[in-house]
Design a protein around this ligand. Sequence first.
Ligand SMILES: *[C@@H]1O[C@H](CO)[C@@H](O)[C@H](O)[C@H]1NC(C)=O
Ligand SMILES: *[C@@H]1O[C@H](CO)[C@@H](O)[C@H](O)[C@H]1NC(C)=O
Ligand SMILES: *[C@@H]1O[C@H](CO)[C@@H](O)[C@H](O)[C@H]1NC(C)=O
Length: 360
Amino acid sequence: MACYVTIILSIVLYLVLNLVEGAPEVPCYFIFGDSLLDNGNNNDLDTAARANYPPYGVDFPDGPTGRFTNGRNIADFLAEHLDFDHYIPSFASATGDEILEGVNYASGSAGIRNDTGSHLGYRIYLGKQLENHKVTISRIADLLGNTTLAKNHLNKCLFIVGIGSNDYINNFLMPDVYQSSHLYSPTQYATLLIQQYSQQLKELYSDGARKIALFGLPQIGCIPDQLNQHSTFFCVDSTNKAVQLFNKNLKALVDDLNTNFSDAKFIYINMYSISSAIAITLLNNPCCQISKTMPEGQCNPGKSPCLIRATHFFYDNFHPTEIGNNIATSRAYRAILPSDSYPMDIRHLVRANNLYYDDQ
Ligand SMILES: *[C@@H]1O[C@H](CO)[C@@H](O)[C@H](O)[C@H]1NC(C)=O
Ligand SMILES: *[C@@H]1O[C@H](CO)[C@@H](O)[C@H](O)[C@H]1NC(C)=O
Ligand SMILES: *[C@@H]1O[C@H](CO)[C@@H](O)[C@H](O)[C@H]1NC(C)=O
């Protein structure tokens, strides 16, 4: 009898605590990608693609952490939407049982292709991020008892992947440094990238991922770096066209993966249209003072940024300000327009708790 009372009291206490604390919408959340999501993985790497110096982090409680923006990034805002009471730690810093709630593997300048971004120095390309994830999985298996239990745990997690921008900015669009644009047309290159990405996503699936949100590429032709390079005030059409080929293939890949892996759900976030909507409402010129030496196009170390950061879309020549990240994440989580996400937004993805469901 006493035993039942204890059990019932424990259950009641658990429910009450959950209500008070607001348990997260998923037990765990893993992040793969580039500088839009990196929260410190590059800090100790030999690379120019680092952001652990002021004025990065000027609006972040811990100051410069390696986030490539003034405040929170997309990974952080999504953690808030999902009701986590903390941000997901970087792979470089995660320890102990905190990895059960997720790890952030994202690395500035990284791409789908291994060599992307290599002129800037070391980077953790997507293939390497997947290798790091296997390290995490074996740690989770140690914590939970065995690999089966680890994979069952991962089945319930949200995975987001935001990669591909650097395969353009720090590869295809640098014909003097990389061979890709001499070897392939934009159409061929987009096909090649998606083929490699597809293999990598299947690996993520075979490692237990079942709820996977893929962030498409933003309007890269409109970032300050592209306008500078082409000495124009207008978006670079050829770049935007190349990026749209990638996005079109990525959206088709989502259909393909959902058909072939019916116990998983992949979604596509339309960062292209979301970024163009944000661009209309904010200033396009970067907020911080831009460095003309390595890291070229990033903020000049130690120099004051603009005062009214909430009016700028870009913090440096590549990366959005916190307000840009905030708006983009809100729309990825809860779509405003049907075109924001496909076939559903992240809010619906995480609530789809039955893996074989047909109705959101
Ligand atoms: C890219 O890196 C992955 C993972 O580290 C490795 O397995 C693969 O062989 C590399 N590919 C090339 C073309 O170097
Ligand atoms: C993993 O551990 C669980 C719980 O202890 C057990 O039921 C299951 O048989 C184990 N699986 C393997 C493959 O060892
Ligand atoms: C899905 O399956 C079809 C038919 O077997 C195959 O042609 C296609 O390459 C698969 N796609 C992916 C992404 O695995």
